[in-house]
Design a binder for this molecule. Structure first.
Ligand code: KG4
Ligand code: ZN
Length: 328
């Protein structure tokens, strides 16, 4: 079975062709980073319009590259994300499926991230703990079996990636902020600044990163007139986020008795995070670097799972800007 997958939830237009029995046959992505960079963040209307321009050429490319005249199903991201951007992928996916006379299936973007490590070898066995860290979400999810998720904790305010992006802005760095902050932090001196590890001193698995942003703001305002100090702040910020995530992961593993940890979403590309998590008493599973951030390969994997479970999208074109993973 060959699945065409479409991802347009935010600022990357992506397509993939995947056969669950064989593996990934083709994938392609167009990043809108340059389009949004001058605004310092994603402009939803511009994102939607660009998805319209980019999507069909990408579909043609992956079908051609994988030698697939007609796939057996179409999977598309139906949420969470930017409503207008999602609608481009959903309407195109539904129309293609209808034209080909094949089933369509609506995929949850975070389930895609969560299953991205299934494309690697070794892939994690079930059950496992998952840390999902993206621009919109920070979640700890207990995964008992395919499609069986229990949300154990999440961010009460900013997501980890969002905190990176906002800190980048405060430090005068470009968008997207995560890689830029991580790069600047490499020049930082250890111990010059120390920021709080929010919510680690009380029980529970929720996160809060908005206070950290305020701490960075104060540090920038009172000290950051030179490049070295900005690097010191970037390092202290990255250390605070990464250590906070690691503390909660350790706690989640201890509470659940699980020994496998999947880490996915844009922030899972962060090197310092990977170094810190390597110290946990667990087997770690990451997507390859290019599949940490948004892509369609992960949507194909989640789509395959949903199709195998008999799910089909109805004839209406419905997307959900907000869509709790727990509702799956
Ligand atoms: O998963 P993703 O591509 O999109 C969402 O679903 O949100 O994640 C994007 C987020 C952005 O906030 C970006 O700054 C962050 O992931 N990110 C990173 C790194 N690479 C991307 N954060 C920290 N370190 C990185 N190396
Ligand atoms: Zn994402």
């Amino acid at each position: 079975m060959r699945i065409l997958a479409i991802e347009t939830s935010c600022d990357e237009t992506a397509c993939a062709v995947y056969d669950p029995g064989v593996g990934l046959l083709a994938h392609a992505l167009f990043s809108q980073i340059d389009l949004h960079a001058e605004y310092g963040g994603v402009v939803p209307e511009l994102a939607s319009r660009d998805h319209v321009r980019r999507l069909l050429p990408l579909v043609r490319k992956v079908l051609r590259e994988s030698d697939t005249p007609r796939p057996d199903a179409v999977a598309y991201t139906a949420g969470p994300g930017l409503a207008g951007a999602l609608l481009v992928g959903a309407s195109t996916g539904q129309a293609l499926a209808w034209g080909w006379g094949v089933p369509a299936v609506a995929v949850h973007h975070m389930e895609g991230h969560l299953l991205a490590p299934m494309l690697e070898s070794p892939a994690p066995d079930y059950p496992f703990m998952a840390l999902l860290v993206s621009g919109g979400h920070t979640q700890l999810v207990e995964v008992a079996a395919p499609g069986r998720y229990r949300l154990l904790g999440e961010s009460l305010d900013d997501a980890a990636g969002e905190a990176f992006d906002k800190t980048a802005k405060l430090l005068g760095l470009g968008y997207p902020g995560g890689p830029a902050v991580a790069q600047l932090a490499q020049q930082g001196r250890d111990g010059v600044f120390r920021f709080p590890r929010p919510m680690t001193d009380r029980p529970g698995l929720d996160f809060s990163f908005s206070g950290l942003k305020t701490a960075v703001l104060h540090a920038v305002k009172s000290h950051a007139d030179d490049a070295q100090t900005r690097a010191d702040i970037a390092l202290a910020f990255e250390q605070a986020v990464v250590e906070t995530l690691a503390i909660k992961c350790r706690r989640a593993l201890e509470q659940s008795g699980l020994r496998r940890l999947v880490v996915a979403g844009g922030v899972s590309a962060n090197r310092r995070l990977r170094e810190q998590l390597a110290q946990l008493d667990a087997d770690l599973f990451y997507p390859r670097l290019e599949f940490c951030t948004d892509n369609a390969a992960m949507i194909a994997v989640a789509g395959a799972l949903r199709l195998q479970a008999g799910e089909r999208a109805g004839p209406q074109i419905a997307v959900r800007a907000r869509w709790p993973l727990a509702e799956l």
